[in-house]
Design a protein around this ligand. Structure first.
Ligand SMILES: Cc1cc2nc3c(=O)[nH]c(=O)nc-3n(C[C@H](O)[C@H](O)[C@H](O)COP(=O)(O)OP(=O)(O)OC[C@H]3O[C@@H](n4cnc5c(N)ncnc54)[C@H](O)[C@@H]3O)c2cc1C
Length: 294
């Protein structure tokens, strides 16, 4: 590892000032489960490492109409939080299927997003839930929809002095039944070959109504950034969630994917799996609707 200076500021303003002073040669440190590996391999050689661990408020989980999810909330915190388990169960379920217990104790939601890996597991469900990122930097604060947050593999809209403070996630009926499934070679400790998240809002109507008011479908690991399958969403919006529409939307989602061939999978297989995972989750959401009739 190349030598670096370690900073442990108490405020976001100080952290951002240190990053600004290092002019692109500084990195924020949350859990370190991506950062330290890259530094040990010599892929990243920051001159300053700025720990976020002493900054108050970054690991808060609060629900007040919308969910406020601090960037330094760990995967284990997500799994254990009563708020997340009850109102945003997809986030707890996603965290449970990531890494192993030791890594989940350190790894944070913010780190997963800021690392901007196309296969990161937290990005699709948070995008499907229509989350917004609250970013703080030398120039002040700004809010960016997660739809606009990722710009390429390993690249987000964050400037070198900026820090992700929290995510704001709207709470609505979509949140309760959103889901995420990933395909991996092994059942644990593996990176997604494909990840698909689906969130559906139904029109409020009589018992068992299956008319879809809105749908968000987000694909992971099949494009340079997590990708909304907008044409597939359009097929569902305003229409009944039946087998035919679901099959059609799943097929179109697969067409919208832009996968590549690599060591983990062929592009052809990834596309097939986008279709299967999208269809399966939409069917599950429809069946749950029929069962509980909410
Ligand atoms: C064994 C193992 C298994 C793993 N399994 C999975 C898996 O199943 N799924 C998956 O998606 N990932 C997995 N990962 C990757 C990693 O654990 C996650 O991406 C994790 O959430 C990163 O969070 P962190 O807090 O450790 O980030 P860090 O390593 O601290 O930071 C990652 C990057 O984000 C930046 N950063 C962190 N927080 C902020 C912030 N608030 N503002 C601005 N920049 C910030 C850092 O500067 C750095 O560039 C695995 C890693 C390991 C080692």
């Amino acid at each position: 590892m190349k030598p670096f200076t370690f900073f442990s500021p108490r405020t976001l303003a100080e952290a951002s000032r240190i990053l600004a002073d290092h002019n692109g040669n500084g990195r924020a440190l949350a859990g370190g489960t991506d950062l330290l590996i890259r530094m040990k391999r010599g892929q990243w050689t920051p001159r300053a490492v700025v720990s976020l661990n002493r900054i108050a408020g970054l690991n808060e989980i609060a629900l007040n109409g919308e969910l406020k999810l601090g960037a330094r909330v760990t995967l284990n915190q997500l799994i254990r939080s009563p708020i997340i388990r009850e109102y945003f169960p997809v986030l707890a379920a996603t965290a449970r299927n990531m890494a192993g217990v030791q890594v989940r104790t350190l790894a944070t939601v913010g780190g997963n997003l800021c690392n901007a890996s196309p296969s990161a597991d937290m990005s699709p469900p948070l995008m499907a839930l229509n989350a917004r990122a609250v970013i703080v930097g030398a120039a002040g604060e700004r809010v960016v929809s997660l739809d606009e947050f990722f710009v390429g593999p390993g690249k987000s809209v964050l400037q070198s002095d900026e820090i992700l403070r929290e995510l704001i996630v709207p709470y609505n009926s979509r949140a309760a039944r959103a889901s995420y499934k990933k395909l991996e070679h092994r059942a644990a400790m593996d990176i997604a070959m494909v990840g698909v998240s689906v969130a559906v809002e139904f029109q409020k109507a009589e018992f068992g109504n299956r008319n879809c008011a809105d749908a968000r479908i987000v694909l992971g690991a099949v494009a340079p950034t997590p990708l909304r399958a907008k044409r597939a969403e359009e097929i569902l919006r305003g229409n009944i969630l039946n087998k035919e529409n679901i099959a059609h939307a799943a097929r179109v989602a697969a067409e919208e994917a832009r996968p590549i061939d690599d060591v983990r999978s062929s592009a052809w297989y990834r596309r097939e799996m986008v279709e299967a995972l999208t269809r399966r989750q939409l069917m599950e959401i429809r069946d749950l609707r029929l069962e509980i009739g909410d």
